[in-house]
Design a protein around this ligand. Sequence first.
Ligand code: ZN
Length: 123
Amino acid sequence: MKLSNEIQPEIISASSRDVASRPSGYPNQYIFERDRFRCRYCGAGSDRFEAWMIASLTVDHVRPQCDGGSDEDRNLVTACRACNSYKGSAKVETFDEAKALVMERRERARLWWGRHVQPILRL
Ligand SMILES: [Zn+2]
């Protein structure tokens, strides 16, 4: 199944189960399965093992726990390690706000890479 990189906020808001009511076993498995094992911010992840490994999927609290964010499914998304790091504990209220912030920070990193890393790789 091909996954779209488009935001699907209805998936997040449709469910409000909390940790206690999730199926037992690996605690993040339910979130990963809901999000089809892809980063909800950038789409990283793959049906190829090596690409999936590189993505290092995590579960991100859209509204950070330090800002009162809950462990309910609707506040959790699958995020690759890079996107989770770029978002950090930024105070956001919605997934759209979080995605905009992550993508802005990724773009800044991409520009930095173009100026400081890529020229060296071309030597
Ligand atoms: Zn990502």
